[in-house]
Design a protein around this ligand. Structure first.
Ligand SMILES: Cc1ncc(COP(=O)(O)O)c(C=O)c1O
Length: 490
């Protein structure tokens, strides 16, 4: 049976010409070296991606023209491709690149760590690096948010967050409230509180959840009042995947009061909006409230390493895992708090403050918003809304799905469902093709492009970006769509 499977896999292999089963199974198979990997050209990368990673995803990359780019280097605000083209990064890895690409201080810290032959895995011993990093995170966190769990991704941090909260809430209150259009990750636990049919697929999810509209305090109060089994509420402070959606200060203050009144624990997902992105370390700091549990990831590793953290109040943490009997229920996984990742993250936090990047995010973010608002005023038939805080900005186009000019309907009918009537796909593709600017799309609202450039972004980068967008929008909807469709056939 095993032989059959391996043989059929071997039939689809694109490059590794050696047979899957060699006569001597311990002999080194035909492997690529690091140099081989660096030297791959675009057709070969495409072949490998299709054969071994995700053939369906390639379809979307092709639609957007992203499949033509091989990034050779990345520095500061730019990717540099195989032709030496500099691509201005306003995507920022969905907020993973606060420091831009390859910040010199982070490279130095990592190199020093390697040169000194420091240790990585510290399951047996305590780690000076993990301890110091956890201390730093507690220093950056308001109130009693003192206890830190280190993992590698936002999903892992959020899993840790809902687990610590569930245990602290107790077995009689197992239900979790979450919001419409939420995104908390793709692992199975947090998938259950992620409101995207796309990601939910047809998986069997964890039950015990109650969905409310985001920002609807009455719905939350009704839920708390009517269901004493609710022990936890989980909300992104700014919904990223939902299209950069915020709730007003009064909502958060009332939420804190309701949680206190009903004894419900509030988990704030700051994986995307935290770490200075909105002009405060945590986005909830805009509202003068402190949650019981929060989570960070993305830029936490400085854009150089995978790092995620759950931060809980000491009280919540001790209720969940505070005794020797409960301490190991959710202690760090194999790679939680490993050496170089922690050292990179310690240095990153220092750079964040030394370079005033949180203030820069607020300042340059306001400038970006102002310039985009001017574009909205200039193109009211194209741009519907501009919103955000700091360098977490959403630009929403008018929905053309019903109103696309008749002349364009046959043209777009050949396109993928996701693109029909949505200007963001066309604009994103042309911003890259014609203006060397990269933007991000939005899972749940196809009319929104997300702008989350590195926090090192300067006004001149904003000018380059907005001038390019202005030029593109100036072509008008018909030309934009036609130019896009032409790029599909050329
Ligand atoms: C708000 C939020 N929570 C959780 C996650 C999951 O993070 P990761 O992709 O690192 O697992 C994301 C990722 O986009 C996110 O935006």
């Amino acid at each position: 049976m095993t032989t059959m499977t391996k043989t059929s896999h071997a039939a689809t292999r694109a490059v590794i010409d050696a047979p899957a089963l060699t006569p001597n199974a311990t002999r080194k198979p035909k492997l690529m070296s690091v140099d081989d990997a660096k030297a791959l050209d675009v057709p070969r990368m495409t072949e490998l991606f299709k054969a071994h990673i995700n053939p369906g995803q390639l379809h979307f990359m092709k639609l957007l023209g992203f499949h033509k780019v091989k990034v050779e280097r990345a520095e500061g605000m730019y990717y540099i491709d195989q032709n030496g083209r500099k691509i201005l990064d306003f995507f920022g890895g969905f907020g993973s690149l606060a420091f831009g690409h390859n910040h010199p201080r982070l490279l130095d810290a990592r190199k020093k760590f390697q040169d000194e032959k420091r240790h990585e895995i510290a399951i047996a011993f305590m780690s000076q690096y993990a301890s110091a990093f956890a201390y730093n995170l507690a220093q950056c966190s308001p109130g009693d948010l003192d206890m830190v769990f280190l993992g590698s991704t936002g999903s892992e941090a959020m899993e840790a967050a809902i687990k610590v909260a569930e245990r602290a809430a107790g077995p009689k209150r197992p239900k979790i409230v979450y919001a419409e259009n939420s995104f908390h990750g793709k692992t199975k636990g947090v998938l259950s509180i992620t409101d995207g049919p796309l990601y939910r697929g047809e998986f069997k999810l964890v039950g015990n959840n109650v969905k409310v509209p985001f920002g609807d305090i009455e719905a939350i109060e009704n839920a708390f009042r009517s269901d004493p089994e609710i022990g936890v509420i989980v909300l992104e402070t700014v919904q990223g995947g939902g299209g950069i959606i915020q709730a007003p200060k009064e909502f958060w203050q009332k939420l804190r009061a309701l949680c206190d009144q009903y004894g419900v624990l509030w988990v704030a997902d700051e994986v995307q909006c935290g770490y200075g992105r909105t002009g405060r370390f945590y986005a909830f700091e805009h509202y003068d409230v402190v949650p019981d549990v929060t989570a960070l990831a993305k830029s936490l590793g400085g854009g150089k390493t995978a790092m995620g953290a759950m931060i809980a109040t000491r009280d919540v943490y001790m209720k969940a895992y505070g005794t020797p009997k409960t301490a190991m229920i959710h202690a760090a996984a194999t790679f939680g708090g490993i050496g170089e990742a922690c050292v990179t993250s310690i240095e990153a936090l220092n750079v964040l403050y030394d370079e005033g990047l949180i203030d820069n995010s607020a300042d340059v973010g306001e400038y970006l918003l102002d310039r985009l608002k001017a574009l909205k005023a200039k193109y009211p038939k194209i741009v519907k809304d501009v919103r955000g805080n700091g360098l977490m900005v959403g630009l929403e186009f008018q929905d053309f799905s019903q109103t696309l000019p008749m002349v364009l309907r046959p043209v777009v009918s050949v396109l993928d469902d996701k693109l029909k009537g949505s200007l963001s796909g066309f604009v994103g593709a042309l911003m890259l093709r014609d203006y060397d600017c990269l933007v991000a799309f939005t899972e749940y609202n196809r009319n929104v492009i997300r702008l989350e450039p590195p926090l090192i972004c300067q006004r001149e980068h904003v000018d380059t970006f907005v001038n390019a967008l202005d030029d593109l929008l100036g072509r008008g909807v018909i030309s934009i769509v036609k130019d896009f469709v032409k790029s599909q056939v050329s």
